[in-house]
Design a protein around this ligand. Structure first.
Ligand code: NAP
Length: 284
């Protein structure tokens, strides 16, 4: 890395940030693409967001990512919010331009773009989302924006899913949006199933978001967990003849969208994945 006075700064705020893969992911790509940018991570306590934002402006940062627990709280410090981020109510990417802060949510963008690049269309499709947390919300908004016909949500805490459905219905009134209890999951035959829960994540790799799911050949199944790269849920989906997509697609997809917002450079997804994965090994 060749840092000079001209090097442009981007970064991440979260609490904690020590396990974040983003600095390595971004800096590896900047280096390979010859972009004169450096990405730094900052552990910012919840009460210090205002100070961090002012510091980014003072130090002429081009932008920054936002992670847990600041994704919702950052919104009040922004001068502009894109439409989807406003519906989601959470921001993971901020662009700083002429002292003004603009907020985006690239989690949903990255998720959808990773499906599109595989030729998967979402218009008029039936989708089952497992989980109703922050990433589910971002994913659902972008799925609905793409024109899915029916969206079903299953979640451990029913009330949380119902609250999400109620909110989504306000913005996408024409779509069938329903909660599915575990015993009713088999009633729906979705084209796409998305796991947004941490079930199956290391070290509890034997867990699955739903046990004994009746995968059908031709379904697309996405697990946004990326550690391990192939979860037990994805493995079963693959064995049943489904197209199985792992969480690295979304992880890399959201980073590439952030890079595009900050630098204007549109990196090729496959090339980025090639840089970050060697054989079957994720390098970060
Ligand atoms: N690939 C990527 O780029 C990417 C991006 C973001 C997140 N992720 C991964 O996605 C996962 C979720 O992140 P998030 O930010 O959405 O988290 P979150 O807001 O905390 O939501 C977690 C969701 O998982 C459910 N859940 C958690 N533990 C559960 C359990 N033991 N049994 C059943 N359901 C459970 C929660 O259900 P309740 O409502 O009942 O609590 C909730 O719906 C994490 O593993 C994260 O690493 C990946």
């Amino acid at each position: 890395m060749n840092i000079s006075p001209r090097t442009k700064l981007v970064g991440l705020i979260g609490h904690p940030v020590e396990h974040s893969l983003s600095p390595k992911l971004h800096n590896t790509l900047y280096q390979k693409y010859g972009l004169d940018y450096v990405y730094l991570a900052f552990d910012i306590a919840p009460d210090d967001i205002a100070k961090a934002v002012e510091a980014f402006k003072t130090l002429s940062f081009r932008g920054f990512n936002v992670t847990i627990p600041h994704k919702e709280k950052i919104v009040r410090f922004l001068d502009w919010l894109d439409t989807e981020a406003a519906i989601i109510g959470a921001v993971n990417t901020v662009k700083v331009e002429d002292g003004k802060l603009m907020g985006y949510n690239t989690d949903g963008m990255g998720f959808v773009s990773s499906l599109k690049r595989r030729g998967i269309t979402l218009k008029d499709k039936i989708v089952l989302v497992l989980g109703a947390g922050g990433s589910a919300k971002a994913i659902c908004v972008y799925l609905l924006k793409e024109g899915v016909k029916e969206l079903y949500i299953h979640n451990r805490t029913r009330e949380r899913a119902l609250a999400l459905i109620k909110q989504l219905k306000r913005f996408f009134p024409g779509v069938r949006l329903d909660y599915l209890a575990e015993e009713n999951i088999g009633d729906v035959r979705p084209h796409l199933v998305v796991n947004t829960t941490p079930l199956g994540m290391w070290p509890h790799t034997h867990l699955m978001p739903i046990e004994n799911y009746d995968f059908l050949p031709g379904m697309t199944v996405v697990d946004i967990v990326y550690n391990p790269v192939e979860t037990a849920f994805l493995k079963k989906a693959k064995q049943a003849g489904c197209m199985a997509i792992n969480g690295l697609d979304m992880l890399v997809g959201q980073a590439l969208k952030a890079i595009e917002i900050w630098t204007g450079v549109k990196m090729d997804f496959d090339e980025a994945i090639r840089i970050l994965i060697e054989g079957d090994k994720f390098l970060l």
